[in-house]
Ligand binder design. Structure first.
Ligand SMILES: Cc1ncc(C[n+]2csc(CCOP(=O)(O)OP(=O)(O)O)c2C)c(N)n1
Ligand SMILES: [Mg+2]
Length: 305
Protein backbone atom coordinates (compact mmCIF):
# COMPACT_ATOMS: atom_id res chain seq x y z
CA UNK A 1 0.00 0.00 0.00
CA UNK A 2 1.29 3.48 -0.81
CA UNK A 3 0.94 6.00 1.97
CA UNK A 4 0.78 9.71 1.28
CA UNK A 5 4.19 10.48 2.73
CA UNK A 6 5.85 8.02 0.34
CA UNK A 7 4.55 9.85 -2.72
CA UNK A 8 7.29 11.85 -4.37
CA UNK A 9 6.02 14.41 -6.86
CA UNK A 10 7.78 14.75 -10.19
CA UNK A 11 9.93 17.82 -9.76
CA UNK A 12 12.19 19.31 -12.38
CA UNK A 13 15.19 20.94 -10.76
CA UNK A 14 15.32 23.75 -13.31
CA UNK A 15 11.72 24.76 -12.53
CA UNK A 16 12.29 25.11 -8.82
CA UNK A 17 13.06 28.64 -7.62
CA UNK A 18 16.67 28.83 -6.45
CA UNK A 19 17.00 32.11 -4.62
CA UNK A 20 20.47 33.54 -4.33
CA UNK A 21 21.78 32.60 -0.92
CA UNK A 22 24.91 34.16 0.47
CA UNK A 23 26.92 33.62 3.60
CA UNK A 24 25.06 35.41 6.40
CA UNK A 25 27.67 35.11 9.14
CA UNK A 26 27.59 35.35 12.90
CA UNK A 27 25.77 37.87 15.01
CA UNK A 28 28.17 40.85 15.01
CA UNK A 29 30.29 41.43 18.12
CA UNK A 30 28.70 43.97 20.41
CA UNK A 31 25.18 43.54 18.97
CA UNK A 32 22.37 44.36 21.39
CA UNK A 33 19.93 41.57 22.29
CA UNK A 34 17.43 43.07 19.91
CA UNK A 35 19.93 43.25 17.05
CA UNK A 36 21.11 39.72 17.70
CA UNK A 37 17.57 38.34 17.63
CA UNK A 38 16.77 40.27 14.44
CA UNK A 39 19.92 38.83 12.82
CA UNK A 40 18.98 35.26 13.82
CA UNK A 41 15.35 35.66 12.73
CA UNK A 42 16.41 36.92 9.33
CA UNK A 43 18.94 34.11 8.96
CA UNK A 44 16.42 31.43 10.00
CA UNK A 45 13.92 32.76 7.46
CA UNK A 46 16.53 32.53 4.69
CA UNK A 47 17.67 29.09 5.81
CA UNK A 48 14.08 27.81 5.75
CA UNK A 49 13.50 29.28 2.30
CA UNK A 50 16.61 27.66 0.86
CA UNK A 51 15.87 24.37 2.62
CA UNK A 52 12.43 23.90 1.09
CA UNK A 53 13.82 24.66 -2.36
CA UNK A 54 16.50 22.00 -1.86
CA UNK A 55 14.01 19.38 -0.71
CA UNK A 56 11.72 20.23 -3.58
CA UNK A 57 14.51 20.02 -6.17
CA UNK A 58 15.84 16.74 -4.77
CA UNK A 59 12.34 15.24 -4.47
CA UNK A 60 13.35 13.92 -1.05
CA UNK A 61 14.00 15.25 2.44
CA UNK A 62 12.50 15.71 5.90
CA UNK A 63 11.06 19.21 5.83
CA UNK A 64 8.97 18.85 9.02
CA UNK A 65 11.89 17.94 11.28
CA UNK A 66 14.10 20.45 9.48
CA UNK A 67 11.75 23.33 10.19
CA UNK A 68 11.45 22.28 13.83
CA UNK A 69 15.23 22.37 14.37
CA UNK A 70 16.33 25.35 12.23
CA UNK A 71 15.98 27.99 14.95
CA UNK A 72 18.16 25.85 17.23
CA UNK A 73 20.80 25.28 14.52
CA UNK A 74 20.89 28.91 13.46
CA UNK A 75 21.20 30.13 17.04
CA UNK A 76 24.02 27.69 17.75
CA UNK A 77 26.06 28.30 14.58
CA UNK A 78 25.50 32.03 14.16
CA UNK A 79 25.59 32.98 17.81
CA UNK A 80 26.44 30.47 20.52
CA UNK A 81 29.04 27.95 19.38
CA UNK A 82 32.67 28.89 19.73
CA UNK A 83 33.17 27.59 16.22
CA UNK A 84 33.72 29.22 12.84
CA UNK A 85 35.33 28.18 9.56
CA UNK A 86 38.63 29.66 10.73
CA UNK A 87 38.52 27.63 13.96
CA UNK A 88 38.08 24.16 12.45
CA UNK A 89 41.67 23.18 13.31
CA UNK A 90 41.49 24.54 16.86
CA UNK A 91 41.39 21.68 19.39
CA UNK A 92 39.59 23.91 21.90
CA UNK A 93 36.71 24.94 19.64
CA UNK A 94 33.22 23.70 20.46
CA UNK A 95 31.85 20.54 18.84
CA UNK A 96 28.37 20.02 17.38
CA UNK A 97 26.64 16.80 16.34
CA UNK A 98 23.24 16.62 14.66
CA UNK A 99 22.08 13.26 15.91
CA UNK A 100 18.75 13.54 14.04
CA UNK A 101 20.70 13.29 10.79
CA UNK A 102 17.54 13.12 8.66
CA UNK A 103 17.39 16.93 9.06
CA UNK A 104 20.56 17.13 6.95
CA UNK A 105 19.27 19.82 4.58
CA UNK A 106 18.70 22.14 7.56
CA UNK A 107 22.27 21.50 8.72
CA UNK A 108 23.75 22.12 5.27
CA UNK A 109 21.83 25.34 4.79
CA UNK A 110 22.91 26.55 8.23
CA UNK A 111 26.52 25.57 7.55
CA UNK A 112 26.36 27.59 4.32
CA UNK A 113 24.86 30.56 6.18
CA UNK A 114 27.73 30.31 8.68
CA UNK A 115 30.38 30.11 5.93
CA UNK A 116 31.45 26.47 6.40
CA UNK A 117 30.33 25.34 2.95
CA UNK A 118 29.82 27.18 -0.32
CA UNK A 119 26.17 28.28 -0.71
CA UNK A 120 26.42 27.39 -4.41
CA UNK A 121 26.88 23.74 -3.47
CA UNK A 122 23.45 23.60 -1.81
CA UNK A 123 21.90 23.00 -5.23
CA UNK A 124 23.69 19.63 -5.39
CA UNK A 125 21.77 18.24 -2.41
CA UNK A 126 21.32 14.49 -2.92
CA UNK A 127 22.65 14.52 -6.47
CA UNK A 128 25.12 11.78 -7.44
CA UNK A 129 28.66 12.53 -6.18
CA UNK A 130 27.47 15.51 -4.10
CA UNK A 131 29.04 15.96 -0.67
CA UNK A 132 25.52 16.82 0.53
CA UNK A 133 24.12 13.36 1.13
CA UNK A 134 20.64 12.68 2.45
CA UNK A 135 22.31 12.28 5.85
CA UNK A 136 25.48 14.14 6.93
CA UNK A 137 28.82 12.42 6.28
CA UNK A 138 31.90 13.48 8.22
CA UNK A 139 34.13 12.11 5.47
CA UNK A 140 32.69 14.66 3.03
CA UNK A 141 32.27 17.87 5.07
CA UNK A 142 34.98 18.97 7.48
CA UNK A 143 32.50 20.81 9.71
CA UNK A 144 30.49 17.61 10.25
CA UNK A 145 31.79 15.97 13.41
CA UNK A 146 29.99 12.64 13.13
CA UNK A 147 28.11 10.83 10.38
CA UNK A 148 24.53 10.44 11.53
CA UNK A 149 21.22 9.16 10.19
CA UNK A 150 20.73 5.87 11.98
CA UNK A 151 18.99 7.25 15.06
CA UNK A 152 20.51 6.75 18.50
CA UNK A 153 24.19 7.19 17.66
CA UNK A 154 24.89 10.94 17.79
CA UNK A 155 24.37 11.28 21.54
CA UNK A 156 26.65 8.33 22.40
CA UNK A 157 29.34 9.83 20.11
CA UNK A 158 28.83 13.22 21.77
CA UNK A 159 29.34 11.69 25.20
CA UNK A 160 32.65 10.21 24.02
CA UNK A 161 33.61 13.57 22.54
CA UNK A 162 32.80 15.36 25.79
CA UNK A 163 34.66 12.79 27.86
CA UNK A 164 37.71 13.27 25.61
CA UNK A 165 37.43 17.04 26.14
CA UNK A 166 37.38 16.54 29.89
CA UNK A 167 40.40 14.22 29.78
CA UNK A 168 42.21 16.80 27.61
CA UNK A 169 41.38 19.46 30.17
CA UNK A 170 40.03 21.48 27.24
CA UNK A 171 37.54 24.35 27.45
CA UNK A 172 35.61 22.98 24.45
CA UNK A 173 31.95 22.11 24.88
CA UNK A 174 30.01 19.48 22.94
CA UNK A 175 26.46 20.16 21.78
CA UNK A 176 24.24 17.47 20.34
CA UNK A 177 20.68 17.69 19.01
CA UNK A 178 18.46 14.62 19.19
CA UNK A 179 14.88 14.09 18.08
CA UNK A 180 12.30 13.17 20.70
CA UNK A 181 11.22 10.04 18.85
CA UNK A 182 14.91 9.25 18.63
CA UNK A 183 15.07 9.08 22.44
CA UNK A 184 13.16 5.80 22.20
CA UNK A 185 16.47 4.23 21.12
CA UNK A 186 18.00 2.57 24.21
CA UNK A 187 21.55 3.59 23.25
CA UNK A 188 20.68 7.17 24.25
CA UNK A 189 19.94 6.14 27.80
CA UNK A 190 23.21 4.26 28.15
CA UNK A 191 24.94 7.41 26.91
CA UNK A 192 23.02 9.66 29.31
CA UNK A 193 23.87 7.35 32.20
CA UNK A 194 27.54 7.60 31.25
CA UNK A 195 27.36 11.40 30.91
CA UNK A 196 25.83 11.70 34.39
CA UNK A 197 28.28 9.24 35.88
CA UNK A 198 31.29 11.15 34.51
CA UNK A 199 29.74 14.50 35.41
CA UNK A 200 30.28 15.81 31.89
CA UNK A 201 29.47 19.47 32.45
CA UNK A 202 30.94 20.22 29.02
CA UNK A 203 28.06 18.35 27.34
CA UNK A 204 24.78 19.93 26.25
CA UNK A 205 22.05 17.64 24.92
CA UNK A 206 19.33 19.54 23.07
CA UNK A 207 16.11 17.62 22.56
CA UNK A 208 13.97 18.79 19.64
CA UNK A 209 10.71 18.14 21.48
CA UNK A 210 8.21 18.43 18.63
CA UNK A 211 6.15 15.50 19.97
CA UNK A 212 5.98 13.87 16.54
CA UNK A 213 8.05 11.12 15.03
CA UNK A 214 7.67 9.36 11.68
CA UNK A 215 3.99 8.73 11.07
CA UNK A 216 2.75 9.16 14.66
CA UNK A 217 2.83 11.20 17.85
CA UNK A 218 5.61 10.22 20.24
CA UNK A 219 3.14 9.78 23.12
CA UNK A 220 1.08 7.33 21.05
CA UNK A 221 4.16 5.26 20.24
CA UNK A 222 6.36 5.06 23.32
CA UNK A 223 5.69 7.99 25.64
CA UNK A 224 8.76 9.78 27.03
CA UNK A 225 7.06 11.58 29.90
CA UNK A 226 7.95 12.50 32.54
CA UNK A 227 10.98 13.37 30.39
CA UNK A 228 12.52 16.09 32.57
CA UNK A 229 12.33 13.85 35.65
CA UNK A 230 13.95 10.98 33.79
CA UNK A 231 16.80 13.20 32.59
CA UNK A 232 17.30 14.55 36.11
CA UNK A 233 17.40 11.01 37.46
CA UNK A 234 20.25 10.33 35.02
CA UNK A 235 22.22 13.25 36.48
CA UNK A 236 21.36 16.01 34.01
CA UNK A 237 20.53 19.62 34.78
CA UNK A 238 17.34 20.22 32.79
CA UNK A 239 16.31 23.48 31.15
CA UNK A 240 13.08 23.92 29.17
CA UNK A 241 12.79 26.52 26.44
CA UNK A 242 10.70 27.58 23.46
CA UNK A 243 12.80 26.12 20.64
CA UNK A 244 11.67 28.80 18.18
CA UNK A 245 12.55 31.77 20.41
CA UNK A 246 16.02 32.93 19.36
CA UNK A 247 16.38 35.25 22.33
CA UNK A 248 15.54 32.50 24.83
CA UNK A 249 17.77 29.98 23.06
CA UNK A 250 20.72 32.42 23.14
CA UNK A 251 20.35 32.80 26.89
CA UNK A 252 20.11 29.06 27.48
CA UNK A 253 23.18 28.25 25.36
CA UNK A 254 25.20 31.08 26.93
CA UNK A 255 24.50 29.51 30.30
CA UNK A 256 25.94 26.04 29.53
CA UNK A 257 26.79 24.33 31.83
CA UNK A 258 23.54 25.21 33.58
CA UNK A 259 24.84 23.67 36.82
CA UNK A 260 28.40 22.99 37.87
CA UNK A 261 29.52 19.38 37.51
CA UNK A 262 26.43 18.31 35.56
CA UNK A 263 25.65 17.78 31.88
CA UNK A 264 22.91 20.11 30.60
CA UNK A 265 19.76 18.81 28.90
CA UNK A 266 17.72 21.39 27.01
CA UNK A 267 14.16 20.36 26.24
CA UNK A 268 13.33 22.64 23.31
CA UNK A 269 9.59 22.85 22.71
CA UNK A 270 9.15 22.97 18.94
CA UNK A 271 6.67 22.18 16.20
CA UNK A 272 7.39 20.14 13.12
CA UNK A 273 6.92 22.30 10.03
CA UNK A 274 7.10 25.58 12.00
CA UNK A 275 5.94 28.22 11.06
CA UNK A 276 4.15 27.13 7.89
CA UNK A 277 0.37 26.98 8.40
CA UNK A 278 -0.23 23.78 6.46
CA UNK A 279 2.83 21.97 7.85
CA UNK A 280 2.94 22.94 11.54
CA UNK A 281 2.43 20.01 13.91
CA UNK A 282 1.22 17.90 11.01
CA UNK A 283 2.66 14.39 11.00
CA UNK A 284 2.24 14.06 7.23
CA UNK A 285 5.16 16.46 6.75
CA UNK A 286 7.82 14.25 8.30
CA UNK A 287 8.96 13.04 4.94
CA UNK A 288 6.54 14.55 2.45
CA UNK A 289 7.89 16.56 -0.47
CA UNK A 290 6.08 19.83 -1.23
CA UNK A 291 4.56 20.42 -4.64
CA UNK A 292 5.62 23.53 -6.53
CA UNK A 293 2.45 25.31 -5.34
CA UNK A 294 3.21 24.35 -1.77
CA UNK A 295 6.78 25.64 -2.11
CA UNK A 296 5.44 28.95 -3.37
CA UNK A 297 2.87 29.15 -0.56
CA UNK A 298 5.52 28.34 2.06
CA UNK A 299 7.96 30.93 0.66
CA UNK A 300 5.16 33.47 0.72
CA UNK A 301 4.36 32.70 4.35
CA UNK A 302 8.05 32.90 5.27
CA UNK A 303 8.39 36.28 3.64
CA UNK A 304 5.54 37.58 5.76
CA UNK A 305 6.64 35.83 8.97
C1 LIG B 1 17.69 3.42 13.79
C2 LIG B 1 16.73 4.13 12.88
N1 LIG B 1 15.46 3.68 12.81
C3 LIG B 1 14.57 4.29 11.98
C4 LIG B 1 14.96 5.37 11.21
C5 LIG B 1 13.98 6.03 10.27
N2 LIG B 1 13.57 7.33 10.79
C6 LIG B 1 14.09 8.48 10.32
S1 LIG B 1 13.50 9.83 11.10
C7 LIG B 1 12.49 8.88 12.08
C8 LIG B 1 11.61 9.51 13.11
C9 LIG B 1 12.40 10.31 14.09
O1 LIG B 1 11.56 11.03 14.95
P1 LIG B 1 12.17 12.18 15.81
O2 LIG B 1 13.43 11.71 16.45
O3 LIG B 1 11.11 12.68 16.72
O4 LIG B 1 12.59 13.24 14.70
P2 LIG B 1 11.85 14.59 14.25
O5 LIG B 1 10.47 14.58 14.79
O6 LIG B 1 12.66 15.69 14.84
O7 LIG B 1 11.91 14.58 12.75
C10 LIG B 1 12.64 7.53 11.78
C11 LIG B 1 11.89 6.44 12.43
C12 LIG B 1 16.31 5.79 11.32
N3 LIG B 1 16.77 6.86 10.64
N4 LIG B 1 17.16 5.17 12.18
MG1 LIG C 1 10.11 14.42 16.89
Amino acid sequence: MTVEEDLVPQVHVEDVPNDAFGVIGRVPEGATDEEAVAHLRRAARQVRARDIQMVSAAGLGHIGGEYSVIDILVTLYLNSLNMGPELLGDPDRDRFILSKGHAAAALYTTLAAAGFINPDDLGTFMQPKSMLNGHPARTKISAVEASTGPLGHGLPIAVGTALAGKLDDSSRRTFVVTGDGELQEGSNWEALMTAGNHRLANLCVVIDRNRLQQGARVEDTNDLEPLADKLRAFGMEVVEVDGHDHGALRKVFANVPAASGKPTAVIARTQKGHPISFMSDNVAWHHKVPSEEQVKAALNELENS
